[in-house]
Design a protein around this ligand. Structure first.
Ligand code: ADE
Length: 254
């Protein structure tokens, strides 16, 4: 997978994409991230990349020419990239879209700045417009990094087997179950006893119940779309009963 990032702030990408799993995936050539400075494609004397909005109004708008010139350079290479404009007006990014993008060979991400990008870029030169959430960032750079991170971990070979098995949780719209590690008691707070029991089937059932309960309480929107099995309903009921019981003892609940 090749990511082509078009930005006015290439320096922002140095830390996040060189560390940890994405950094290792790049070292192993499982992904390539190429960062292009849009200013290098502004050919006027002052390398201007923004201008005042037609019709008046506050702020500046990114000009189309430098972005489109940068894209044209990329489109001369094979395979042509799937062009995405990062913008708060785009379709809302989620695990399904991450999976969709992870199957493409090459993706170009245009990072907007200022009050926005000339509308013609999104209309005629991008195939896709993506938002990472209903809030406005100062630019598309952080959004692009979120997308690169979420997509990279889905590329075969990037995660180890154990990690990739657990990543399936969101694909069926259920949140992860709670995880614990040593110490068994931390500042008086004990790990749920069942996890120490060694009964794999009982642990599996408990975890499933906890995952369902969390989803129901924290993300009713996900839960409404989910189709529980008869076993799920039973495990959810058990988790709710346990939650009721331990709430009485001062536990803050799921
Ligand atoms: N640029 C500014 N805000 C954004 C958001 N929420 N998602 C994607 N790009 C953005």
């Amino acid at each position: 997978m090749i990511f082509e990032i078009l930005t006015l702030f290439p320096g922002m990408f140095i830390g996040p994409l060189n560390e940890s799993i994405v950094g290792k995936a790049r070292e192993r050539s499982l992904v390539h991230v190429r960062v292009h400075n849009i200013r290098d494609y502004a050919f006027d004397r002052h390398q201007v990349t923004d201008d005042r909005p037609f019709g008046g109004g506050e702020g500046m708008v990114m000009k189309p020419e430098p972005i489109v010139r940068a894209l044209e350079g990329l489109q001369r290479e094979f395979p042509a990239p799937h062009v995405v404009l990062m913008s708060p007006q785009g379709r809302l990014f989620n695990q399904r879209i991450a999976r969709e993008l992870s199957r493409l060979p090459r993706v170009a991400l245009i990072c907007g700045r200022y009050e926005g990008v000339d509308e013609r870029v999104g209309m005629y030169y991008a195939q896709d417009e993506i938002s990472i959430g209903d809030y406005v960032l100062t630019g598309g750079e952080l959004a692009a990094m979120v997308l690169v991170d979420a997509v990279t971990r889905l590329i075969p070979g990037v995660l180890g087997n154990a990690e990739s098995a657990s990543m399936e949780s969101f694909s069926e719209s259920v949140l992860e179950y709670p995880q614990y590690t040593r110490p068994q008691v931390f500042e008086g707070h004990a790990v749920p006893e069942i996890l120490l029991s060694g009964h794999h089937e009982a642990i599996r059932r408990w975890r499933r119940g906890q995952a369902l309960l969390r989803t129901k309480v924290r993300r009713p929107d996900l839960f409404d779309r989910f189709e529980p099995t008869a076993e799920d309903l039973q495990l959810l009921r058990e988790a709710e009963e346990e939650d009721e019981r331990i709430r009485g003892s001062g536990y803050p609940g799921c």
